[in-house]
Design a protein around this ligand. Structure first.
Ligand code: AMP
Ligand code: MN
Ligand code: MN
Length: 319
């Protein structure tokens, strides 16, 4: 569906309740907060949240997050609920019942695995980030992009494009980025918080994960895992490990990188990346997750080493 339809629903809303995917990244938070702040500045009552575990990644806490309420304070029956950067209804975790009870659900997303949910579903796989869709939406709504909003949306673009270096980066992405910087986004602040600093414990965690990494040169896959216990020992949180997959995927012998994160609740969250040979989105979808062709993930109750073995043996089906 078109962004105009989404704009119409949002314009007519008495109030807005915004949600993004669980374990939010820079695009999830940046696109949600960018829209939320613009709504607030335009006099529209608005709240924003994300599902449990309701913990902001430390590297993104520089964003203006005061719109965000805990999931318990999210309206049970929202008027218009806008779901951002979530490829399926279950990706909003414990906010899913609110979406079921909402009068209207608007979805803004760019995941190729998104099969369409909600009443107004805008899914554009060619958009590098959901933040691009929000930028265009604000133009249609004629809602002003303040420096604060520009910072949120630029964070969305920077993080989902890996600093404008992934293949999803288009001329349009860069045009929007230029506009956002012109409107006051500060690339240096974003760069420092997201890429240029981390707790010392993160360096140690990276060392632990890389020590454990294994490379299969024949299958061109590199894989490793990290556990909640490792993080506890080093005094860091899952939010500190966002960039770990980017270190692992550097192995030039590998097309595919697999990082399994064993959480304390017994679930394992798997991140996958490919240089082009493997459709990791399809592979993740088969495991109940999703994502993009070259970056995807899923959650399982299997142990990290078991799930890695399963994935490695099924790689051939996705090339
Ligand atoms: P990540 O590895 O967490 O950075 O995620 C890479 C891509 O896969 C992102 O676009 C995520 O939205 C998507 N993704 C990660 N985990 C899941 C999941 N459990 N279900 C659906 N999509 C996911
Ligand atoms: Mn995301
Ligand atoms: Mn995204």
């Amino acid at each position: 569906m078109s962004l105009e339809k989404a704009a119409q629903a949002i314009r007519n809303a008495e109030s807005l309740a915004l949600a993004c995917h669980v374990g939010p990244d820079g695009d999830a938070l940046g696109s949600m907060l960018g829209l939320g702040l613009a709504a607030r500045n335009s006099g529209k009552p608005v709240v924003a949240s994300f599902g449990s575990p309701h913990v902001l990644p430390p590297s993104l806490s520089f964003l203006p997050t005061d719109l965000i309420v805990p999931p318990q304070e999210f309206p049970a029956e929202p008027d218009v609920m806008v779901v951002l950067d979530a490829g399926s209804a279950d990706r909003i975790g414990d906010l899913a019942p609110a979406a079921k009870s909402a009068a209207t659900v608007v979805v803004l997303d760019h995941h190729v695995t998104n099969e369409g949910f909600g009443d107004v579903s805008v899914v554009e796989p060619t958009a590098a980030a959901t933040g691009e869709l929000v930028f265009r939406l604000l133009g249609i709504l004629d809602w002003e992009i303040s420096p604060e909003i520009a910072q949120c949306l630029h964070t969305a673009l920077v993080t989902d494009t890996g600093r404008f270096q992934y293949s999803n980066t288009t001329p349009e992405t860069l045009r929007i980025a230029a506009e956002l910087v012109a409107r006051g986004a500060d690339p240096a602040v974003i760069g420092r918080h997201v890429y240029e600093e981390a707790p010392f414990g993160y360096l140690k965690a990276a060392a632990v994960a890389m020590e454990r990494a294994s490379l299969d040169p024949r299958l061109e896959v590199v894989s490793t895992f990290i556990t909640a216990q490792d993080l506890d020992d080093l005094g860091i949180t899952w939010g500190d490990t966002e960039n770990l997959i980017d270190l692992l995927r550097m192995a030039e012998e590998a097309d595919t990188a697999i990082l399994a994160k064993a959480h304390s609740d017994g679930t394992t969250k798997v991140s996958m990346r490919s240089r082009g040979l493997t459709d990791v989105g399809a592979l993740a979808a088969k495991q109940g997750g999703g994502g993009h062709r070259l970056a995807a993930g899923f959650t399982t109750s299997e142990q990290p080493e078991t799930v890695i073995a399963t994935l490695v043996s099924s790689l051939g089906d996705h090339r």
